[in-house]
Design a binder for this molecule. Sequence first.
Ligand code: G6P
Length: 369
Amino acid sequence: EQIEKGGYEHFMLKEIYEQPNVIKDTYRGRLSSTTGIIKMAGIEDNIEKFLQADRILIVACGTSWHAGLVAEYIIEEFTRIPVEVEYASEFRYRNPIVNQKDVVIAISQSGETADTLAAIKLAKEKGAFVFGVCNVVGSSISRETHAGAYTHAGPEIGVASTKAFTTQITVLTLIALRLAKAKGTLSKSDFFRYLNELELIPDKVQEALQTNDEVEKIAKIIKDTNNSLYLGRGYNFPVALEGALKLKEISYIHAEGYPAAEMKHGPIALIDEHMPVIVIAPKQGHYDKVVSNIQEIKSRSGKIIAVVTKGDTQVKALADHVIEIPETSDALSPLLTTIPLQLLSYHIAVLRGCNVDQPRNLAKSVTVE
Ligand code: G6P
């Protein structure tokens, strides 16, 4: 097992550090930023289904559901195709409205999650075209779907999903770009800008991993908290949910993820000097709005930990701690902002003596209801 961990103390840490390589593996051979060609057999063979679809429905569970939420923002922005994201467990039991004009994308790391599998079967019965985004080759979901695209994350052993999440977002971004190209919904310059940006992501993830020591220091300061709040807007709202889920899963600290602006409709009541609030505030996107959310937290004495773009000054002046990550476009920022949040949960869990790779009550793949 020590050999499998490749010198890392835990599988989770190893998998966090594998992300620059596996993100590259996931887009390698599928995209050329010089010619603008994006090639994925499962998409090419079925592109008409996507182009004629009234909408795309995404079904998934857990972290894969969060990747689906990021994809909703990306696909709608790039392609203008309406997207809905559902928990597979809800979808399967509510007599959902699905028909032949729908494309369903099922996202699953393991390809074995019982609820996702059942949702796929139901969507097929109702005549939808079902596309899988799985990590495990030959898994039940990859066999049950009409077509699909694999993430090339390699085996993920840690129960808390890390590299599966970022590679799922990578595949879904490629799909969105391919569809945008076919539909002409992105300008040529934006299209190529995103391709180029995507190719820079692995190096930028590498740079984001260099926040590790800083993140560990912050972990030491907040490790004894009982509660925490994660806030983000736009593309980074799902990252807030994922950051909170990661912390809950492995450190057993109560964590809530919220859209930053929605805070005033509830969670703001929880904020006092004991409440760490982790705010995702990259320069792109709704920066000014997030800054005013940070001011609201500060005026209530919340402890602010902010993930910011390198060189930021405004948030730095307000926050108790900042974690700096490289700049990228708003749509691709989840691939970077999520990195320090993974590290933060990891270090807090280690400091609390938790079983990081096998947290209590959780399973890597949930094959029963
Ligand atoms: C379990 C795992 C999570 C995972 C979820 C969905 O809860 O612990 O890490 O996100 O199942 O799994 P899937 O394999 O379908 O992505």
